[in-house]
Design a protein around this ligand. Structure first.
Ligand code: FAD
Ligand code: FO1
Length: 470
């Protein structure tokens, strides 16, 4: 067997969290946000270090059955992806080992038992991940390196502060993209084998039995795993990218890439997608609007969550929006929807109910409608606090790509003016950008959208007996 040595990874993609003397054991890669074998900077760095030190590479995934708000829908996608990944890693002579329980407890004990050379982990701006990381750091006795495998320009390199909007982050990214938007080197078969620890095969069905939250089932239209993610990308590049800028805002046409669940679970590398798109036989006009979403908007969301610890609270809203909401607290609401009504999609607004059905049954709402959906929740809530909390609850519970910086930023944009500007003052919304159904009707055929949902059995026929007063 021949082994190739991957080229050194740009040190700006990673940072040292803890410096210490290397242990005698393997290089450990604690995988969490980037659940893939290919195009994964964290795993490539683990291999680079393993080759330098002549050590095996072991991949650890800490599986907690209590990940906040996650349901069977999410765990099904995650575990089926991990089971495939384990087999692929085996072909590269690497072990994927699951640690069960809260990583704050299980990982330090495991590390103590194995005396690794060093630890490599994924960057993630979300609170739970920062808590896990910071708590485990207190026990660290080995070098620990964090890698940003999600953003093309590592989050801390792109900007040292919370950005006002796409218009302030975009020029910073553009300056750095020539350095960071590169091809990603292939993973090599690792020449040093692990002894003593075997990788117990991941059995998704058995593990799913342990998930308490079974009320939200798995969906069938999207296949989990790295291989299916690549197929979805190929379909997008071949059939959809060319018309993306025209079709992406039309919920009657399936013109989006549908890649967000793969990105959320790290089964596909955003950098791979950006690279393929930028190197493909496409005109700049074709690629521009897609890369704006994939790079600028997505990396703006990570910037928001990383530099705004209260990213899911109204205190994260910009000052003008916060004051404007305060000035409109007493405005009379013509209609109020509580969480149960929202969740069951029984409001008087048929389009909104359709959006909620799409979210609940399909597990992914069309991107354009997500704005309408969230803004209506603001209009129908007693306070912006209630609106924010209900929107996040529903998005995280039902959306396959939920519980993601993109979700927190998208909801904060819709309800709290984050990354937006003040608009004309109006009841309830104050200066937050307004959206209503007439605007949607000008953009796309609302009735056709609802009809499609009926035909796909995403929405029951009885829904149409509602009273569409909005
Ligand atoms: P495509 O249009 O094909 O875009 C490709 C990729 O670009 C996406 O996968 C995503 O990574 C990125 N992208 C596209 N639009 C945005 C955007 N507005 N902001 C940031 N990145 C973007 N996205 C999630 O990933 N998870 C969520 O939970 C989520 N919740 C949202 C809630 C609201 C209220 C709003 C307004 C937006 C939300 N978004 C969320 C952002 C966006 O709607 C989705 O990323 C997109 O619809 C995903 O579908 P796609 O992959 O087919 O998108
Ligand atoms: N990450 C983990 O490291 N361990 C888990 O058990 C885990 C469960 C989980 C369930 C649903 C979900 O949406 C995400 C989950 N994640 C888990 C995190 C996920 O893989 C992503 O890293 C983040 O959600 C992206 O920020």
């Amino acid at each position: 067997m021949t082994f190739s040595t991957p080229q050194d990874i740009d040190p700006a993609r990673y940072r040292l969290l803890w410096d210490a003397k290397e242990g005698p054991g393997p290089v450990i890669y604690w995988m969490s946000r980037e659940q893939r074998a290919h195009d994964n900077w964290g795993l490539l760095l683990a291999q680079q270090k393993g080759l330098e030190l002549k050590r095996p590479v072991m991949v650890i995934f800490c599986l907690t059955t209590e990940y906040p708000g996650a349901t069977r829908r999410h765990y099904g996608f995650l575990l089926r992806g991990l089971a495939q990944l384990q087999k692929v890693l085996c072909d590269y002579n690497m072990i994927l080992h699951l640690l069960h329980g809260n990583p704050e407890k299980t990982l330090p004990v495991f590390l103590e038992s194995i005396s690794p050379a060093l630890l490599i982990s994924d960057f993630d701006p979300l609170r739970i991940k920062l808590r896990w990381r910071n708590s485990i750091l207190q026990h660290s006795r080995i070098p620990w390196i964090e890698v940003d495998g999600h953003n093309i320009v590592p989050c801390w390199q792109a900007s040292p502060k919370r950005e006002y909007g796409a218009y302030t982050l975009r020029p910073k990214l553009k300056k750095l993209l020539p350095r960071f938007l590169t091809d990603v080197p292939p993973l090599a078969v690792h020449p040093y084998s692990m002894s003593g620890i075997t990788d117990t095969p991941i059995n998704p069905e058995a593990l799913l039995e342990q998930i308490q939250e079974t009320s939200v089932g798995e969906v069938k239209w999207i296949i989990p795993g790295e291989k299916a993610a690549k197929s979805m990308l190929a379909i997008f590049l071949q059939n959809k990218l060319e018309h993306y800028s025209i079709n992406r805002n039309n919920p009657c046409i399936n013109g989006q890439s549908d890649l967000s669940p793969y990105f959320h679970f790290g089964q596909l590398s955003p950098q791979r997608v950006a690279w393929e798109v930028s190197q493909g036989p496409f005109t700049p006009e074709t690629t521009e609007s897609f890369l704006e979403e994939l790079i600028v908007r997505r990396e703006l969301s990570d910037n928001f969550c990383y530099y705004t610890p209260d990213y899911d609270k109204v205190s994260a809203f910009p000052d003008w929006a916060f004051k404007s909401h305060d000035a409109h607290r007493q405005d009379k609401r013509l209609y109020l929807a509580d969480l149960a009504e929202l969740e069951k999609a029984t409001t008087p607004d048929l389009l909104w109910n359709g959006c909620q059905h799409q979210l609940r049954e399909h597990g992914k709402m069309h991107g354009y409608l997500r704005m309408y959906w969230a803004k209506k929740i603001l209009e129908w809530s007693q306070s912006p606090e209630e609106a924010l909390s209900n929107a996040i609850y529903l998005n995280d519970r039902y959306s396959l790509d939920g519980r993601d910086p993109n979700g927190y930023a998208g909801i904060a944009w819709s309800i709290g003016g984050v990354h937006d500007r003040p608009w004309f003052d109006r009841p309830i919304f104050g200066k937050i950008r307004y959206m209503n159904q007439n605007g949607c009707r000008r953009k796309f055929k609302v009735d056709l959208f609802l009809q499609n949902l009926l035909e796909q059995s995403v929405m029951p026929e009885t829904t149409l007996n509602g009273d569409d007063r909005q």
